[in-house]
Write a protein that binds this ligand. Structure first.
Ligand code: C5P
Length: 215
């Protein structure tokens, strides 16, 4: 049995007390992967941004709002886990300044000054490499162009063992269409169907290639 950490769902970056940046991630793929891992007998911790889906009863869920909170919670939980599946869609940018009061309309345009947030998968991968840990890391890549090239570049940059490539139609949808790439750039799985079915197939590849080897 392995202990698996999943990051799932979107994050929010507040502009003022009532407005925020986010994206359309629903947490459905995270929920389906959590269910597949639990069904296969593993222990699952999900660090999730705000979503409407319910995670499986067998998963422990840590709720967060921002990308920074997701990183802190994931870092804390990862220390006791065998591997990470980064299926979340964290906001990549945050406003430099969060206004204390609701921004009032004046009729004039306003500028939002945004800076990059930390990359959770990349940070945890690099930290575990520094510890020379045998923990494994699986990333997701959502690409619209040069799919394989971009996914492999991401796998290398984020130091993942495997990367799951899907298209933008996966966002907030019931179905998904994925390819799994390994460190050599080879496609080691290609699945389509409901997110539940696709998650089961992804998990089988992952269990065979990563979990079987660590335990
Ligand atoms: O760079 P991009 O956002 O396309 O990479 C997607 C992968 O990186 C996913 O596994 C996602 O969970 C992860 N990611 C992350 N932290 C971010 C942005 C993306 O962990 N700030």
């Amino acid at each position: 049995m392995a202990k698996i950490l999943l990051t799932s769902g979107p994050t929010r970056q507040y502009i003022d007390p009532v407005r925020y940046l986010t994206n359309a991630s629903s947490g459905r793929m995270g929920r389906a992967l959590a269910a597949a891992a639990i069904d296969a007998g593993h222990e699952v911790v999900v660090v999730s941004g705000p979503v409407e889906v319910e995670y499986p009863a067998g998963a422990r869920v840590v709720w967060v709002l921002t990308t920074e909170e997701m990183l802190e919670a994931a870092r804390r939980e990862f220390a006791a886990c065998d591997g990470l599946i980064g299926v979340a869609a964290p906001c990549d940018y945050r406003p430099v300044r969060v206004e204390e009061h609701k921004i009032a309309k004046t009729g004039a345009p306003i500028n939002l000054h945004l800076i990059e947030t930390p990359d959770i998968v990349a940070t945890l991968s690099h930290e575990k490499n520094e510890r020379q840990s045998t923990q494994w890391v699986v990333g997701f890549a959502l690409e619209t162009d040069d799919h394989h090239y971009r996914a492999i570049t991401k796998l290398q940059k984020k130091s993942c063992d495997l990367i799951v490539l899907n298209g933008p139609e996966a966002m907030n949808a019931a179905t998904n269409n994925v390819e799994i790439l390994d460190r050599t750039g080879s496609v080691v799985g290609a699945f389509s169907g409901s997110k539940e079915e696709v998650a089961r197939r992804i998990f089988e590849v992952l269990a065979e290639r990563l979990i079987a080897g660590t335990r």
